[in-house]
Design a binder for this molecule. Structure first.
Ligand code: PMT
Length: 216
């Protein structure tokens, strides 16, 4: 038995976009495919970690404990249960900031007299912030999905969410962000200069991240 670099480490990765129900057939979602999170999970597994993947995406990856979730609330509940025993949390999921206040029991019917239909939303919990506020030994990695002012916004998230690292991606750039096989990320950590990595496959981003984690 040859120990690998992450042998003995418990890693939780979240992946995919949350789905917040409007009624039994509709939801509010986003464009996340789960590819970035899945890559982080696969590379951690290959390096020997004990990996749990909390995901909204239907997937079956050998050697990874997969838990299917749909909503931010479910994600939060699983994380609150498992975070205390975790060594590294990677929050690659695109979590809805808001959800419908009321979920209709039956499919909502359109009303021929009204052209405008309003859905009232309420804030979801900030999962990363809530969970990371309880951290002691855990290493916490968040992502920042931005379409403008990448570094300023990502710096704010690094500070406000109590993360050790933020991987910021400009999701408006081609070849980066949602639903593509490549990404261009900038790694931010407290009291260090941001490090921008070139455009590369999401698997290579994950390899570079875990290499950073192991050699930091
Ligand atoms: O899944 P892919 O198609 O491969 O796309 C990858 C990705 C673009 C989704 C991924 O690289 C990424 O950026 N994930 C984070 C998306 C996001 O929700 O970013 P944010 O800037 O809104 O949130 C910042 C951080 O807080 C994230 O780690 C997020 O998981 C977390 N968060 C956000 C809102 C919330 N209510 N709770 C949270 O924990």
């Amino acid at each position: 038995f040859q120990p690998r670099p992450l042998t003995g480490k418990k890693v939780i990765v979240t992946a995919g976009g949350t789905k917040e129900a409007i009624d039994p057939v509709r939801f509010i979602g986003n464009r996340s495919s789960g590819k970035m999170g899945l890559a982080m999970a696969k590379v951690a597994r290959d390096l020997g970690a004990d990996v749990t993947l909390l995901t909204t995406v239907d997937t079956d990856l050998g050697g990874i404990n997969i838990i299917q979730v749909q909503t931010a609330e479910e994600l939060m509940k699983h994380l609150q249960d498992t975070f205390p025993e975790t060594d590294v949390l990677v929050m690659a999921a695109a979590v809805a900031d808001f959800k419908p206040i009321n979920v209709a029991d039956q499919k909502i019917k359109k009303n021929d007299d009204e052209d405008i239909f309003t859905i009232k939303l309420t804030k979801n919990p900030d999962i990363l912030k809530t969970v990371a506020a309880t951290k002691d030994k855990q290493f916490v990695v968040g992502f920042a999905a931005e379409t403008q002012n990448l570094l300023t916004n990502a710096e704010k998230k690094l500070a406000s969410k109590n993360a050790d690292v933020i991987l910021a991606n400009n999701v408006a750039q081609s070849g980066a962000g949602f639903n593509v096989d490549t990404n261009r990320v900038t790694l931010l950590q407290k009291n260090q200069q941001p490090e921008t990595w070139p455009l590369m496959s999401k698997i290579d981003v994950a390899k570079k991240f875990w290499d950073f984690y192991l050699t930091r």
